[in-house]
Design a protein around this ligand. Structure first.
Ligand code: ATP
Ligand code: MG
Length: 404
């Protein structure tokens, strides 16, 4: 629903976008730091679109000087800003009931809907009409004008009215956002990303906790097709919509895997591959002053993701390893993958470096001491160094102009 002026007057000065903060409102003394980061992220996301200023107004962020005809483009960019729970395009007017009625009339005359509701908020208690009375008065006016019923639950048009300090804001266009904390407000992380479904969703969970992520992907080319690398690049590009830019480390693992397969008990292969991955990821993290790793494991989802195996794998790194999907189900993961638009990319055909060399019966209840004993028989020293030296490093930035 885009509302343009019936009079054809430029709408830029009359419209603002109001972004509602999520849990930032619960922050205490350090709230200013989080807010400054949020404003910076909003400005970056809106780069190239017209706007005059981004400022704070009573637990909301107001983006002023916007062009209402570009609302779809603003909203699709703002969905990528972590820390806001919703954004609305709103007309701004002096706070009187007469003005509010006029703006609502104008908006209603340009919009079609089947049922509606009015939801008003009044942070300026000096405004003489209480919110239930605003809802009733405006609601009955809209009912008469449109002939459509009020429906508090199943509405397709929400007329939002907010009275904040010396202004009243009226709007009908609202987009839900992901909430969380602004990216960059938490320390950085390094996410182990495959081209599967889980690791991009795990990464998104941490981005939503304010974490700027770099990514690391291991491949077995030329034994496997380069498709997994291409898919991972597409996934990181998509995830950059939520975190603006990132570095992707692409590490060749084949030679290490071949040596492990030659010398280790086959049931331990996957665990030893994973330990090698974690050791390399840890090295790259330390080099780049990153203090945490992220993976997409979900307890019990596949036979390799048992607690015993997680313990045997974790032991290879001195960094904390976050597994935001540990307690989630596949359908929950799929639902979020669809929302963040990684689902279709993850479903593209690919060969993962670990599953490609899956032994007939992988260990599901590994014992750390036996894994370490098996590992100690294999000298991976030079191969680990080679893998690190042959790592390809790519900077990936979200391309806003292409996307909207
Ligand atoms: P995903 O869907 O993320 O591939 P999965 O259910 O297939 O997860 P596994 O293959 O057991 O699970 O991998 C567990 C985790 O190990 C992944 O979520 C990811 O964090 C990491 N991982 C697996 N393969 C790779 C890879 N090729 N490169 C980087 N990390 C990987
Ligand atoms: Mg996988």
């Amino acid at each position: 629903m885009i509302c343009l002026s019936a009079s054809g007057v430029s709408m830029r000065s009359k419209y603002v976008i109001i972004c509602h903060l999520h849990e930032l409102t619960l922050k205490g003394k350090n709230r200013g730091r989080f807010e400054r980061r949020l404003y910076k992220n909003i400005r970056t996301q809106l780069g190239g679109l017209p706007f005059k200023s981004v400022s704070n107004k009573k637990a909301r962020v107001v983006v002023a000087g916007v062009d209402a005809s570009l609302w779809d483009r603003y909203s699709s960019r703002l969905v990528g800003v972590m820390g806001i729970i919703g954004c609305s395009l709103m007309r701004i007017t002096e706070p009187t009931m007469e003005n509010i009625r006029e703006v609502v009339k104008d908006l209603v005359s340009q919009t079609s809907f089947n049922s509606f509701r009015v939801s008003s908020r009044r942070s300026d208690k000096k405004f003489p009409v209480k919110t239930p009375d605003i809802n009733i008065e405006i609601g009955s006016m809209v009912q008469k004008l449109s002939g459509k019923p009020v429906s508090l639950r199943n509405y397709d048009c929400n007329i939002a009215i907010e009275i904040i300090e010396e202004s009243a804001f009226v709007g009908m266009n609202k987009e839900r956002c992901f909430g969380g904390l602004p990216v960059g407000s938490t320390e950085k992380g390094l996410s182990l990303i495959s081209s599967g479904l889980d690791s991009p969703v795990a990464s998104f969970h941490m981005i939503r906790r304010g974490m700027q992520l770099d990514y690391i992907h291991f491949h077995s080319a030329p034994a496997t097709s380069p498709q997994s690398i291409e898919n991972v690049e597409k996934l990181v590009d998509r995830l950059c919509h939520y975190q603006i830019e990132s570095t992707l480390y692409i590490v060749p693992l084949l030679k290490i895997q071949e040596k492990i397969m030659k010398h280790a008990v086959d049931s331990n292969w996957v665990i030893l591959f994973r330990r090698a991955m974690l050791k390399l990821a840890t090295k790259i993290a330390h080099k780049n002053r990153i203090n945490v790793l992220v993976t997409g494991e979900s307890v019990g989802q596949v036979s390799s993701q048992t607690i015993s195996n997680i313990r045997s794998v974790d032991h290879a790194s001195d960094l904390p390893i976050l597994r935001p999907l540990a307690g989630t189900n596949k359908d929950e993961i799929m639902e979020l993958a669809k929302k963040i638009e990684t689902y279709n990319i993850s479903n593209l055909p690919h060969q993962d470096c670990c599953t490609f060399f899956l032994p007939p019966s992988p260990e599901t209840k590994s014992k750390l001491d036996l894994v370490l004993m098996d590992e100690s028989k294999i000298d991976l020293g030079n191969l680990m160094e080679d893998a690190e030296n042959n790592t390809e490093i790519k900077t990936i930035k979200y391309n806003y102009e292409e996307a909207t």
